[in-house]
Write a protein that binds this ligand. Structure first.
Ligand SMILES: [Zn+2]
Length: 349
């Protein structure tokens, strides 16, 4: 299997975020990418730099207005006297009324759900390369490679069509799924990050061709708070094609694996031609976010169960923050996945 990554993804280096209102170092650091790349190599994966795919992958999911915002907002922000070094919103409107603001501050509020996605000079170029990694991994799988791992950093699953949030700017898992749709009528996305994949849910909420499934810590007391409940099932033609499994805080391996079984049954009944795993590793018991309590051997079992589906699979990196177990958890997941994953020639494809 290949690990798709470009060192330019590390140039995005956000300074801080607000947690419970307090300024704290932003945990979505370039060091994460180094740890995960070393781990992927240790698991036997071959590094590959994605080609420059331009704006096309991002434009397959995100609005032109939002992409223009990401491209230009840092330079515009520098012209505001006394503004912060990085773009950080200080207003978060309910957008059901009113128009699109012209001011940089207004647009930051319009396009950013929270304060944990600051935009610096290198943010958009790095996010584009992260999206290229996801799209290229999908291309590799469409060419016949059974699976590919996109080391997406910055991550993507909290990004909506026109909203950044939660360290995410471009939705890499959605981009991978949309790319795969060119080769198969149905794609499933399974998100195992400790946080609900709210952006991914939002992108596909009214669509029946992309099934979105997310296992995560119960949002009634955990980020992203406003999405991820069990009664969010999709809308319009997408009704029934979004499946959330919120888990009680500190759920361990057995509870997580039981929910995973329900997820995999739903995915199997959907009969997708390809699968995207939004691979957060922050459900780990030692992760700084401390939402769930999955162990390192647990990640191996999770990988093995997902591999048994036998689907062409793109893995996109989501969360998982610097702690002693981070690299070992990726190795464990990849080992488990590799031990069982054989693309089945039959099935719904
Ligand atoms: Zn997360």
């Amino acid at each position: 299997m290949k690990v798709i990554f470009d060192a330019a993804q590390k140039r995005h280096y956000p300074g801080f975020f607000l947690t419970s209102g307090a300024r704290a170092p932003n945990p979505e650091t370039p060091a994460r990418a180094d740890i995960l790349l070393d781990a992927a190599r240790a698991a036997g994966l071959t590094p590959e730099v994605p080609p420059d795919l331009g704006l096309a992958p991002a434009a397959s999911i995100h609005t032109p207005e939002y992409l223009a915002f990401l491209d230009g907002i840092f330079a515009r922000w520098q012209r505001i006297e006394g503004a912060s070094e990085e773009v950080i919103p200080n207003i978060h409107p309910d957008r059901r009324g009113g128009g699109y603001p012209l001011s940089a501050v207004g647009q930051a509020g319009y396009h950013m759900t929270d304060t944990s996605c600051p935009i610096g000079a290198e943010t958009f170029p790095a996010a584009l390369r992260s999206a290229h990694a996801a799209a290229h991994a999908a291309h590799r799988v469409m060419e016949g490679e059974g699976a590919a791992y996109a080391l997406c950093r910055p991550p993507g699953h909290h990004a909506f069509k026109d909203l950044a949030g939660g360290f995410c700017y471009l939705n890499n898992a959605a981009i991978a799924a949309q790319t795969l749709r060119a080769s198969t009528p149905r794609v499933a996305i399974l998100d195992v990050d400790v946080h609900h994949g709210n952006g991914t849910q939002g992108v596909f909420y009214d669509r029946a061709d992309v099934l979105t499934v997310s296992l995560h810590a119960d949002p009634s007391r955990f980020y992203p708070f406003f999405w991820g409940h069990g009664d969010e099932r999709g809308e319009g033609t997408g009704l029934g094609y979004n499946f959330n499994l919120p888990l009680p805080r500190k759920t361990g391996d057995e509870g997580f694996l039981a929910a995973l079984d329900r997820s995999l049954s739903r995915i199997a009944s959907f009969c997708p031609g390809a699968l995207v795993i939004a691979l957060g590793l922050d459900a780990y018991e030692g992760d700084p976010f401390a939402g769930l309590s999955v162990t390192t051997p647990g990640f191996r079992r999770i990988g093995a169960k997902i591999g048994e589906l036998g689907l062409p699979t793109v893995l996109t990196q989501e969360g998982g923050y610097v702690c002693d177990g981070l690299g070992g958890n990726l190795v464990a997941f990849l080992d488990g996945f590799g031990a069982t994953h054989r693309v089945a020639p039959e099935g719904c494809r």
